[in-house]
Write a protein that binds this ligand. Structure first.
Ligand code: CP3
Length: 349
């Protein structure tokens, strides 16, 4: 197997720097758009054959070193009892919005093999199809990021309702977050049991807080999940797999993030990787961190930036190359193919 990704996650020596790309299965690929033309997004997430097809596309097209399950962080919200729809051009809609005791009390902590069986079936199918070509990454949203969509009812500009719940009804927020945290913990355990060989926790909106509020209202729940997963690994009830924690707007929060308990920390592009590594401390394993929109530069300029990231990553115990956030739909696919080739060539030992 190409296990450079798993080795880098564990901080072991690798022949070259492995790379995968957040949102690597997506609309910038015409092959994805062809499948998407025949089925809506949620149908794709819920049909293991389609999930498998689009998950594998970037492995063949880009030559990346890991596959990431095609799904969405909002799938567990529906399993908890909330309505979920994706509207063309408007993004996700969740209803009713979780704003009071009544709506919080109606949510439940689902059995993932029951309510989200299609995800676990897709993982099992993917492991067969991949037959150890590259490792398969599973994922979930972090409790805070998941909760913002549930409270706001979709994407938000200033997270007014989330922060109002936190500041006006902190006990309600913590009751709600306990349910979200338990759901995500069980969901990740089920993904690992089904065959996920690493998992990433996406905390896209962690950066909406001051460091102190981030610790109290976001990180605390991530630490609970990671502790629970690590003890399940230690007791042998789930496989030992690397845990990756990605936070958007990383730079103001690194001293907090380093206490997450994760094996790998995702870093966005708003900070130089060597600064991030020194603030994360000895033995840091990092993932990142090219600006996703730098994919619109000419390829010689992309190459300069790749060299810079690789140079700055030298002080890390391990480095997985990635963009600092998801690849955007308008991205020229040839530049993404070129990026993977550059990372492999320029990092070769
Ligand atoms: O990385 C991958 O290739 C795996 C698949 C994946 C998707 N979403 C597919 C998707 C992953 C890991 C996600 C995570 C996700 N989803 C996050 C966290 C990471 C991030 O990007 O910040 C968030 C916040 C979501 C919620 C979400 N899903 C939004 C806000 C939207 C609408 C915006 C958009 O890009 O259209 C989605 C839809 C979505 N998720 C698409 C894809 C490929 C586009 C759906 C389509 O084909 O129309």
């Amino acid at each position: 197997m190409n296990d450079t990704f798993l080795k880098a996650c564990r901080g072991e020596a690798v022949p070259y720097t492995p790379i995968w790309i957040m949102r690597q299965a997506g609309r910038y690929l015409e092959e994805y758009r062809a499948v998407r033309g025949k089925a809506d997004f949620l149908t794709m997430c819920k049909t293991p054959e389609l999930t498998t097809e689009v998950t594998l596309q970037p492995i063949d097209i880009l030559n990346v070193d890991a596959a990431i399950l095609f799904c969405d962080i909002l799938i567990p919200c529906e399993a908890m009892g909330q309505g979920l729809e994706f509207h063309e051009g408007k993004g996700p809609i969740l209803f009713p919005e979780i704003r009071d005791e009544e709506t919080v009390n109606k949510l439940f902590v689902p059995d993932p093999e029951d309510t989200m069986k299609f995800v676990m079936d897709a993982i099992r199918m993917l492991r067969k199809e991949l037959s150890d070509r590259v490792p398969l990454i599973g994922f979930a949203g972090a409790p805070l990021t998941t909760a913002t969509y549930m409270i706001e009812g979709g994407t938000s500009k200033n997270f007014l309702n989330t922060k109002r719940m936190i500041f006006e009804a902190p006990d309600l927020y913590s009751t709600f977050m306990d349910k979200v945290t338990a759901t995500i913990t069980e969901y990740l355990k089920a993904q690992i049991s089904a065959g996920a060989q690493a998992v990433q926790i996406f905390d896209t909106w962690g950066g909406i807080f001051s460091p102190e509020d981030f610790r109290e209202y976001a990180l605390r729940y991530v630490q609970i999940i990671i502790k629970d997963l690590k003890s399940a690994m230690a007791s042998g009830s789930i496989n030992q797999v690397p845990l990756i924690y990605f936070v958007g707007e990383t730079a103001g929060l690194l001293e907090e993030i380093k206490t997450s308990g994760a094996d790998v920390h995702g870093v966005d592009w708003r900070i130089n990787l060597d600064d991030a590594i020194s603030r994360l401390g000895d033995g840091a394993v990092v993932q990142g961190n090219l600006d996703p929109l730098s994919m619109f530069l000419p390829q010689d300029k992309i190459e300069e930036r790749v060299k810079d990231v690789l140079k700055r990553a030298a002080s890390a115990k391990g480095h997985i190359f990635n963009l600092g956030h998801g690849v955007v739909p308008q991205t020229p696919r040839d530049n993404v193919i070129a990026l993977v080739e550059m990372v492999h060539r320029l990092s070769k030992k």
